[in-house]
Design a protein around this ligand. Structure first.
Ligand code: UFG
Length: 297
């Protein structure tokens, strides 16, 4: 954002993010807390904020099945406080981090934004509720874009590499470091090699989608866009790519399926290409390469 010429203020609870990586002004705040609405309104006003890019949320599908209340409290409660604060102060532009998880288990090769939404885990439900809340805010003039992220991975700047091992690639890299086998959650899905298929998108491509979205915030309403490559990769394919870039023939351990996992989720990215002129530049190879080369050990 800063490189794109925007002046930025961050608000986060820093439960997973790292405040020492932020070079601009930042505030530590739990968005779901009852006093957060007032605090957010104060920050928005004092900094003359024009646009909010709302990333702050919980994102682990498996954890959301175990702790649904936590997900509704953070993701829905936090967004409610933010929308109320924006309404109070008159900030009417929002880019929202939504998710491919809103689609649930689509039985199409590629999901379009018109595909039906039927989330199968609490995480996806919180994102869909979020989109509805945002859409309803058009009544007070909110102009929003909800970006439905597919599987974000890879590293942009090495010093900003993901230190949390919460998704397949970072988990695999941390297991390689510890010399442990990597779990494949199920090889009995109705897919070519039996493991789940996802659309992996490089974090730099994803970042660019946000920058491209901001100038399009003009009219009240919520426009949704898939942010994916249109290409699917199975868990085995991702791990094979990691073996290639690392040169390490690590061990795999096929376990039971993980609750809440759809077998296949691939984006159609036609809408975002047409409307924002955005297209993914990187593929699985660059994702695995950049994640591996910034691994920090
Ligand atoms: N997986 C394994 N072993 C692991 C970790 C993951 O086999 O140790 C598998 C999962 O079962 C799944 C695939 O790798 O099939 C990807 O799993 P992730 O946990 O990395 O990602 P998810 O697809 O569950 O969810 C991610 C984001 C969500 C987003 C979703 C959209 O975390 O925020 O992609 O597809 F909604």
């Amino acid at each position: 954002m800063t490189e794109a010429g925007h002046s930025v203020v961050s608000v986060d609870d820093f439960s997973t993010g790292m405040s020492d990586r932020i070079q601009h002004e930042s505030y530590e705040l739990e968005l779901e807390n009852p006093d957060a609405e007032k605090e957010l309104a104060r920050i928005l006003k004092n900094h003359h904020i024009e646009t909010v890019v709302h990333f702050a949320a919980r994102k682990q599908v498996g954890e959301s099945v175990q702790k649904p209340e936590l997900y509704f409290k953070s993701n829905v409660g936090g967004l409610l406080n933010l929308l109320n604060a924006m309404k109070t102060v008159g900030v009417k532009k929002l880019v929202f981090s939504s998710s491919a998880a809103v689609y649930g288990m689509p039985d199409v090769e590629q999901v379009t934004e018109q595909s039906s939404t039927n989330p199968i885990n609490p995480y996806g439900q919180t994102k869909l509720v979020g989109e509805w809340m945002i859409d309803n805010a058009k009544v007070w003039g909110l102009s929003a874009i909800s970006l439905r992220y597919f599987n974000v991975a890879g590293t942009g700047w090495p010093d900003l590499a993901d230190k949390q091992a919460l998704n397949l690639i970072p988990i695999a890299i941390s297991k390689i470091r510890d010399g442990e086998p990597i779990s494949v959650f199920g090889d009995d899905y109705q897919t070519e090699d039996g493991s789940c298929i996802r659309d992996y998108i490089h974090v730099m491509d994803l970042a660019r989608a946000h920058i491209d979205a901001i100038p399009q915030l003009k009219n009240p309403g919520n426009e949704v866009f898939n942010v994916g490559t249109g290409e699917g990769s199975s868990v085995f394919e991702v791990l094979t790519e990691l073996k290639k870039v690392s040169g390490i023939d690590f061990e795999l351990n096929v376990t039971n399926r993980r609750a809440g996992d759809p077998p296949k989720l691939i984006a159609s990215s036609e809408k975002i290409q047409k409307a924002l002129g955005w297209k993914a530049e990187f593929g699985l190879e660059e994702i695995a390469q950049t994640a591996w080369s910034s691994r920090g050990f």
